[in-house]
Design a protein around this ligand. Structure first.
Ligand SMILES: *Cc1c(COP(=O)(O)O)cnc(C)c1O
Length: 380
């Protein structure tokens, strides 16, 4: 039956099967895309199936939500039209007079959104280094939102003590798991209450769909009820096609990610030994300040790294301009290697070093990637 939970299977199997089933009407192995915006009732007024109206839900979104909930080991997932829309739904679960604490180097788009909304709707928005739980909780927040690893500085807050400290202070912990994906880290098992995703990134993986999701450890929690109401009422939901495409893409997440990390580990070693690079920021390297936490918390160190290129803004700009294979584009987690001179994207009020270049390693042949970076670093 479509929409059935798969049970206790390995994550590498869940990405293939979770939420999916053979279509009983046709025997189709790939599920149909259910475009219908409304669902019929019988003569008595009873709905013929489990669905009522497309904004509330449809079979294509169900498949995706079941899959994400199972991958994160959660109760339920709610999918949105973007990661930012998921972040907004989370924010809207707060009341005026409450406080929220976010990581100091949180994704800059959501940080800006939260600051702006907080000022207008009476929610205090505090920023903290979430590697220090005591400092984070001094503001007595209702919610703590943490990324681990962070983007683009790749610090790795320790989630288990942060969850314990948040709960002791009466706060809920939300982990943005976009960078790690549930295949490297399952925050709910470490005590988090909610997980946030920009599914645009690794889960979609091909730079062709924008999406977001929240996953809860407890579907009966009042905050989750508010989030579900917001999803259905505010309606920033993915289209059936986007939901279908995302569920289809997740099937290859495991093989994509393993290849990306294999190449990232080799590239980190290559850059570390390169005289033109000042520093390599990658949690898999022993000198990374959070290496010990990363080893414990992440199954593998991921496929994102940042380079301090040296030579200030100009030095980084020259390096990035010399690339012929890696694409100069924002975003991350795609099959193609994406490189970004972060200061260009974040603008003048960014705290990110001016010569920082972020790399999202793709699935291209390793030799071609190394050759491309090597050539760009040798350019005069
Ligand atoms: C991209 C991103 C977001 C925002 O998601 P969109 O899908 O672009 O709206 C949030 N958090 C992280 C960590 C991201 O990388």
């Amino acid at each position: 039956m479509a929409g059935k939970k798969t049970g206790a299977l390995e994550p590498d199997t869940l990405v293939v099967h979770s939420g999916l089933a053979i279509d009983p009407a046709t025997g189709a192995v790939s599920p149909p895309i259910h475009l219908s915006s409304t669902f019929a009732r019988d003569e008595e007024g009873a709905l013929l199936g489990p669905h009522l109206y497309g904004r509330y839900g449809n079979p294509s979104r169900d498949a995706l939500e079941i899959c994400l909930a199972e991958l994160e080991g959660g109760d339920e997932a709610a999918c949105f039209a973007s990661g930012s829309a998921a972040g907004l739904a989370l924010f809207c679960s707060l009341r005026a007079g409450e406080a929220i604490v976010i990581g100091r180097d949180m994704y800059f788009g959501l940080r800006r959104l939260y600051r702006d909304l907080g000022a207008r709707f009476g929610v205090a928005v505090h920023e903290a280094d979430l590697r220090d739980p005591a400092a984070a909780l001094a503001a007595r927040p209702a919610l703590v939102v943490v990324e681990s690893p962070t983007n683009p500085l790749l610090s790795v807050p320790d989630l288990e003590p942060l969850a314990a400290a948040a709960h002791a202070a009466g706060a809920a912990l939300v982990v943005d798991n976009t960078m790690a994906t549930p295949l490297l880290q399952r925050p709910l098992a470490l005590g988090a209450d909610l997980v946030l995703h920009s599914t645009t990134k690794y889960l979609a993986g091909h730079s062709d769909v924008i999406g977001g999701a929240l996953v809860t450890a407890d579907a009966r929690a009042p905050r989750w009820q508010a989030i579900r109401e917001h999803q259905r009422g505010a309606g920033a939901v993915p289209s059936p096609f986007d939901a279908w495409l995302l569920r289809r893409s997740i099937a290859t997440l495991s093989v994509r990610l393993e290849r990306q990390i294999d190449s990232a580990e080799r590239l980190a070693a290559f850059f570390s030994g390169h005289p033109a690079i000042e520093a390599v920021i990658y949690p898999g390297l022993p000198h990374h300040p959070d290496h010990a936490v990363a080893r414990r918390q992440l199954r593998r160190p991921g496929a994102m790294m940042s380079l301090i290129v040296g030579g200030g803004f100009e030095g980084a700009a020259r390096f990035v301009a010399g690339l012929k294979l890696a694409l100069r584009a924002t975003s991350l987690g795609a099959v193609h290697t994406l490189v970004e001179h972060r200061a260009v994207v974040e603008g003048p009020d960014s705290a990110v070093p001016r010569d920082l270049v972020r790399i999202s390693v793709g699935i291209e042949a390793y030799a071609d990637l190394e050759a491309d970076f090597s050539r760009a670093l040798a350019a005069p």
